[in-house]
Design a protein around this ligand. Structure first.
Ligand code: MRU
Length: 364
């Protein structure tokens, strides 16, 4: 996607042919800073500290992290160490394990002297595949938006609510939840996006709003608890969110607060769609609430807020009394029964085992 007229992806191989560039998402929307990753340790650190984040981008970063590791040490033991390091970086997005397993399958059968070349090639394929998948998701989601547009009076905006950032920054390009939005906007449909701020890290306010603004998509940032009120007043036509893991029976894990939006959507008859690339499917489990590991992050994310002051300084301030304990659950699970449909690269599916297994027999 474009940033001030220049095309960017969220991650890329640098012209030197071995180091990896990425947008430092911790600095947005205040500063646009490029980071250079040169080791598997740096890649793991980038995922852990959320320099990069979003399930598909976590996977792509881990793939490049493996390539960096193999470049440094192509022995079985070295590769195994890198796998363990990277897989421990964050627990919830299954794309991390998917990408690392794909890398192992490509690298390990090869003689050590060929492993680095194979690793870089497979990492690049994983990144390209993500872009292609998101374009397909965009096309299938666009058809949904067009159908809703056709049911509204001509000239009325289509109001879409989204949570967190499942945009191009969270993937390699296009985004999952945002791909249909960008395509619809580019086709001339009148789109307006309600952007949940998404405390505690504000990925909606800081990243989704930044993306949509750069693409010229009309949007409004709302406090996290606003969605239910808007739905009660017919101000949301549909919700589209991303996901970090979808179980075999269609339960959806996504950023904390997604479940409450799904409940409100269900109560108000608002279609609630989840956009997902197939690497986000986890056919090994079928009870999202009990089986998906929910990341718990540091108290400071809840206890503080960071922003730019009127005179241009970036400051972090505490918003919770010093002695108050804080809990920070980063994700929640929306049961399949609250999901209207899963927008995948192979079409819009019912959130159930039969539909998922028949669309993705290669994964099931
Ligand atoms: O903690 P984050 O910022 O990595 O969480 C991101 C999300 O919850 C996204 O919605 C999800 O990863 C899907 S990204 C296409």
């Amino acid at each position: 996607m474009k940033v001030d007229g220049r095309h960017f992806r969220s991650i890329w191989l640098e012209p030197d042919g071995w180091s990896v560039g990425a947008i430092d998402q911790r600095r947005l929307p205040h500063e646009f800073v490029i980071a250079r990753l040169e080791t598997a340790d740096a890649a793991a650190d980038a995922i852990r500290t959320m320099l990069v984040r979003g399930a598909p981008l976590i996977g792509a970063t881990a793939a490049y992290g493996m390539a960096l590791a193999v470049r440094d040490d192509c022995s079985d033991a070295g590769i195994d160490r890198a796998y363990q390091l990277l897989i421990a970086a964050r627990p919830t997005a299954i794309n991390l394990k998917w990408a690392l397993d794909e890398m192992m399958r490509a690298i390990m059968p090869a003689p050590p002297s060929e492993r680095a070349g194979i690793a870089y090639a497979r990492a690049a394929e994983i990144a390209e595949q993500d872009v292609a998948i998101n374009r397909e998701i965009g096309q299938h989601g666009l058809a949904l938006i067009e159908a809703i547009a056709a049911s509204k009076p001509p000239g009325d905006a289509i109001n879409i609510l989204t949570h967190c950032n499942a945009g191009w920054l969270a993937t390699v390009d296009w985004g999952t939840a945002t791909a249909p939005i960008y395509l619809a906007h580019d086709r001339g449909l009148k789109i307006h996006v309600w952007v949940d701020e998404t405390r505690p890290r504000n990925q909606g306010a800081s990243l989704t709003a930044w993306e949509l603004g750069h693409h010229g998509v009309p949007h409004t940032v709302i406090a996290d608890n606003t969605g239910g009120h808007l739905m009660q007043h017919a101000m949301v036509d549909l919700a589209i969110v991303g996901t970090d893991r979808v179980t075999a029976n269609g339960d959806v894990c996504n950023k904390i607060g997604t479940y409450l939006k799904a409940l409100a959507a269900y109560d108000n008859g608002v279609p609630f769609y989840v956009a997902l690339p197939s690497p986000t499917l986890d056919f090994s489990i079928d009870d999202g609430i009990r089986q998906i590991p929910i990341e718990q992050r540091g108290a400071d994310e809840v206890a503080t807020m960071t922003g730019r002051t009127a005179d241009g300084r970036i400051e972090t301030v505490r918003v919770v009394p010093a002695g108050s304990p804080v809990a920070n659950y980063a994700f929640d699970v929306t049961p399949a029964r609250l999901v209207t449909g899963l927008i995948t690269e192979r079409g819009v599916l019912q959130p159930d085992r039969a539909a998922l297994a028949s669309a993705f027999p290669d994964r099931a």
